[in-house]
Ligand binder design. Sequence first.
Ligand SMILES: NC(=O)c1ccc[n+]([C@@H]2O[C@H](COP(=O)([O-])OP(=O)(O)OC[C@H]3O[C@@H](n4cnc5c(N)ncnc54)[C@H](O)[C@@H]3O)[C@@H](O)[C@H]2O)c1
Length: 340
Amino acid sequence: MAWNYKTEVEAITEDLGDISFEGKRILITGGAGFLGSWMCDVLAAQGAEVICVDNLASGQKSNIAHLLPTKRFTFIEHDVSVPIGFKEGELDLVVHMASRASPFEFEHFPIDILKANTIGLMNSLEIARDHDARLLYTSTSETYGNPQVVPTPESYYGNVNAIGPRGCYDEAKRCGEAYVTAYQTQYGLDVRMARIFNTYGPRMRFDGIYGRAIPRFLDQALHNRPITVFGDGSQTRSFTYLSDQMEGLLKLAALDSAKGSVVNIGNDKETTILELAKTVLELTGSSSEIVYSPLPKDDPLRRKPVITRAWELLGWKPKVPLGEGLARVIEWQRAFCFNK
Ligand SMILES: NC(=O)c1ccc[n+]([C@@H]2O[C@H](COP(=O)([O-])OP(=O)(O)OC[C@H]3O[C@@H](n4cnc5c(N)ncnc54)[C@H](O)[C@@H]3O)[C@@H](O)[C@H]2O)c1
């Protein structure tokens, strides 16, 4: 059967069980990006009214093109670090996802990243405050930096180099978490924060802008070009498939009991980068060889979350095995990236 985004949306909706956003009015910043566009899709399919604010810095209009003609979806091209004065109508939920989020961008757009997660986030918090709406902030496992505690629980404070190549992102997100906490403390705003671990799925960009391992390896494998592994490939990541990530994020946004929480949303199955490269080779049947290049400075050596809180608070744990998730991405990639 040909790849269809509706299959993913249906799977996520099923994972959500009784949780529904029908009739809610929701603002999503960064909604034209990889994760944001899937959130727009699921919420629109559930009957929510969705307003997507995005400056298309790393997002793509093609991710939301199918939603543009629909009545309950609005797209506003706008940089979140400039106040938008969003007053009209009632909002129930603000999701702040807007931020460039990849190593290539850390190098080229560090100031934009800092602004999106501080000034931009504050603008979203003010909108939530004006509307007495709930706010979900997408933070990151990168707040842990190169962790000395693995598996890493939410209580770990992190090991971050503020002036290193990843500092703009890691510290922006840490500062973002402090902003969100401050709005809760000072104004009693209903907030939630997700520390997202590496997530992959259809709509990841394959043009190199992300510089993330999965799109890079898949692109190299499908073009039979050498797969570039940094270091000896023994560094680990926890890879979460898109549908699992969406289920976790939307449960965190929906459940009253999650008010004020910060929650790791990531796979507790640790995978080495070399294992990942070999799995990609096997699944694509590629003739690419693996080549090694130096480990980038401050690249975290291990990523593995403790996900007890997500289970206890949200009843969430990841379900999709890496091989199955990668196979779905390959199916999408073959359909959309090669047949244009
Ligand atoms: N995908 C992951 O593995 C992962 C891991 C940890 C955290 N996150 C967080 O999740 C969120 C979404 O990430 P993603 O993977 O979908 O990345 P993405 O780059 O695909 O999406 C980010 C979106 O934000 C938009 N954006 C960036 N700066 C903006 C600005 N100043 N004003 C308005 N829009 C702006 C981009 O155009 C893009 O559409 C980000 O906040 C990211 O930090 C993602």
